[in-house]
Design a protein around this ligand. Sequence first.
Ligand code: DLL
Length: 435
Amino acid sequence: MKKRFYQPSLETMPLEQLRTLQLEKLKHQVLHMWNHVACYRAKMEAAGVTPDDIQTLEDISRLPFLSKSDLRDEYPYGFLAVPLSDCIRIQSTSGTTGKRVIAYYTKGDVNLWEDCCARAIVAAGGSNEDVVHVSYGYGLFTGGAGLNGGSQKLGSLTLPMSSGNTERQIQFMQDLSSTILCCTPSYAAYLGESMKSRGLGPDDNRLKAGIFGAEPWTEEMRQEIQSLLGIKAYDIYGLTELSGPGVAFECEEQKGMHINEDHFLAEIIDPDTGEVLPEGSIGELVLSSLDKEAFPLLRYRTRDICRLVRTECSCGRTFVKMARPMGRSDDMLIIRGVNVFPSQIETVLLKEGYPPNYMIEVDRVRNTDTLLIQVELPPEHFTDLLGDIQKREDHLIASMRDMLGITPKVQLVPPHTIPRSEGKAVRVIDHRKLT
Ligand code: DLL
């Protein structure tokens, strides 16, 4: 019979047992940082807390937070908790501003990370009989390395395609009968669109599932990708600082991602006050590693806004689920005082039958914020009369106003004019320079 879990005894561990394991690991992880990461020890001392104060899982709230700026301040070695000679790998964030964050891995760290990715592949129906087509970028970005490692651990045939060269992607996918595609959701949509334009429908590939993440996407985008490629599309979450993809992954229910709680402890906080919020609240996800060696992190503020839900899952996993992140607290646009997430705009566009190819431009003209949404016309409407296009724009403006609470400008542009992305899509241009 096909495996449902990669590590069943861990993934389905009863809650009581899981909490005991987490506490034991947390105590070790805190001690590890106290002993080996001087800058975090100083933060703990300033907060008046020592490793002995961690006696329950709730005591974690006594520990100081960490954020990307702490890691940047200590670039490149400040958070390294083992001798450099014990490390076998680095990866790095894709940040465009300031110094990149470098994450270090021991052999043990890579091993656990790859286990997390293997769990995600099995949860998406994968096994050693699959051909896993990895179109995440390879190199410093964690996407390629993570899924590649997970797939190999599982014994699947792994195609290290990396991103780009769409022609070759499609050719290998067909010639080698790829069954599981791993890439960003925007690239998956682009691949689907490219195949369609070559006259290739869902029946012309052997794909059955996709494991998509690294950027926010919506339920509507999932439906779009599923029908373009004829697959089930699963979400996967992670961040370089905590290892990479595989911090959380979706199971067959496709309703939120199980956090690998034997390796990570999750909290939701109020992003403004730092107060821990009760389960089910929407807030910022804060993650602590529980058994990392080279680059342990405690109470790391991810800036991702989401919700945690612990209900029984039909898949049998006991790990808590995180709802898909609705955006990042630092990606949230404040336009004329109203909070706007790009994902809300995407939801409206896809619901109204537009392709997921859009660009959001924000500006400030005479002290008033402006919001322009450019979206491609579906090819079948490209030849519509000008009046019809105007009507479509007006209709979209009204739907956007209902969703966002502010009135944007909407401009329908010809098909294939908005730049496509092979990795994480850039969909927002903010000209306001508010920081
Ligand atoms: O994006 C790791 C990754 C690779 C995840 C491949 C999934 C698949 P970073 O480049 O460090 O790492 O970016 C991390 O990306 O804090 C989120 O804001 C965003 N992100 C990652 N996965 C998702 C997702 C990788 N499934 C940042 N949904 C995170 C929404 C996501 N946002």
